[in-house]
Design a protein around this ligand. Structure first.
Ligand SMILES: NC(=O)c1ccc[n+]([C@@H]2O[C@H](COP(=O)([O-])OP(=O)(O)OC[C@H]3O[C@@H](n4cnc5c(N)ncnc54)[C@H](OP(=O)(O)O)[C@@H]3O)[C@@H](O)[C@H]2O)c1
Length: 315
């Protein structure tokens, strides 16, 4: 596991991060007990995964509460990232959101406080300006944004240093690459989320898979009948590379994202100890040019033929 500085901040983060949306009811297929979830988080730390990403909206505060319990006695070893929920833009709302996160996380500081989704220009300005004040007060160490485009990131940078932009990126969701270059030029780290396409690239799911009500995959475009057969062709290419190197498909999909330019850390959601072990080791081997060409061709073909959606969870 490599460790890199997060953008212009002084935070040092692991190249694989733990996505904590799994510690909520959004991934109900693998619902766990509290003890199971805490064991997964402790195992992630033991595997060298020091950046943990949560949000108030994951299970309406439940994920943050679980993270807070897992942090006991380990706070200093974790780089803790959480978010300000979409629409919480006034200074009062941003402050309240931060205070509630601090309470649920049972800590007196947040390492990285991110704006979860952009609002309009003025509202983004107010949110980022309030985070800048929270940094001065010692409650937050660095400001980040998420799902911001170039113009929005540029505007945020005028208010205060922005350490990172958290963006989706996967073989089946090759996000706005000029935005990645913009972030690179401005020392804004990209934190890449959903590298497995919410699981579609792991080879575990096919057209017969169903998810219980409430599972986020019921709303995810990769699992739609008009998209899934195309996405599974990318999964087939991933599987081919995995067999060649004796690794798992998940390790191929994560490795591919983690090695793209401008990505400082790849945020993977893990819902078992075994998944954590695999995902932490996903960067412990190297692809060759032939693998990269095969994956790129499958990904290009998918992007040329799959319907376009504004984001992963469109109707
Ligand atoms: N900023 C944002 O707007 C935003 C949006 C989405 C996500 N995120 C962040 O990114 C994190 C990760 O994204 P994500 O959860 O959407 O998608 P993901 O990481 O692409 O996929 C996670 C799912 O893949 C399966 N999986 C993981 N490792 C596996 C392995 N080694 N082998 C087989 N299956 C494996 C698990 O499915 P099962 O649970 O079915 O086992 C897991 O829940 C989230 O937890 C969250 O922190 C941020």
């Amino acid at each position: 596991m490599r460790y890199n500085t997060l953008g212009s901040s002084s935070l040092v983060v692991s190249e694989i991060a733990l996505g904590c949306a799994q510690f909520s009811d959004q991934f109900t297929k693998t619902r766990k007990t509290e003890a199971d979830m805490i064991a997964i988080m402790h195992h992630a730390l033991a595997c060298g995964i020091t950046l943990w990403d949560t949000a108030p909206s994951y299970g309406d505060g439940y994920s943050e509460t679980m993270v807070g319990r897992a942090l006991k006695g380990r706070r200093e070893r974790v780089v803790l990232a959480t978010k300000i929920t979409y629409g919480h833009t006034s200074p009062e709302m941003v402050r309240r959101s931060c205070e509630e996160s601090l309470r649920r996380l049972d800590t007196d500081y947040i390492d990285l406080l991110q704006v979860h989704w952009p609002s309009d220009k003025e509202e983004n300005y107010m949110t980022v300006a309030t985070i800048a004040m929270l940094i001065k007060e010692g409650k937050v160490r660095a400001a980040g944004v998420s799902n911001f485009n170039i113009a929005q990131t540029e505007e945020a940078l005028c208010v205060c240093p922005i350490a990172s932009n958290q963006l989706p990126y996967a073989l089946v969701w090759r996000y706005d690459e000029p935005l990645f270059e913009f972030c690179g030029r401005n020392n804004v780290s990209v934190l890449a989320y959903s590298p497995l396409g919410e699981g579609i690239l792991t080879g575990r799911y096919d057209e017969t898979t169903t998810f219980p009500p409430g599972d986020v995959r019921n709303h995810c475009v990769f699992f739609r009948p008009q998209v899934m057969p195309r996405a599974l062709k990318v999964t087939a290419a991933v599987r081919q590379v995995a067999e060649k190197h004796g690794v798992t498909p998940a390790q191929v999909a994560i490795n591919w994202v983690a090695r793209q330019p401008h990505i400082t850390s790849t945020i993977v959601g893990s819902s078992s100890l075994e998944q954590v072990t695999q995902n932490a080791a996903a960067v412990a081997w190297e692809m060759d040019d032939e693998d990269r060409a095969l994956l790129r061709a499958a990904s290009d073909d998918y992007h040329a033929t799959a319907p376009r959606f504004a984001h992963m969870w469109d109707e």
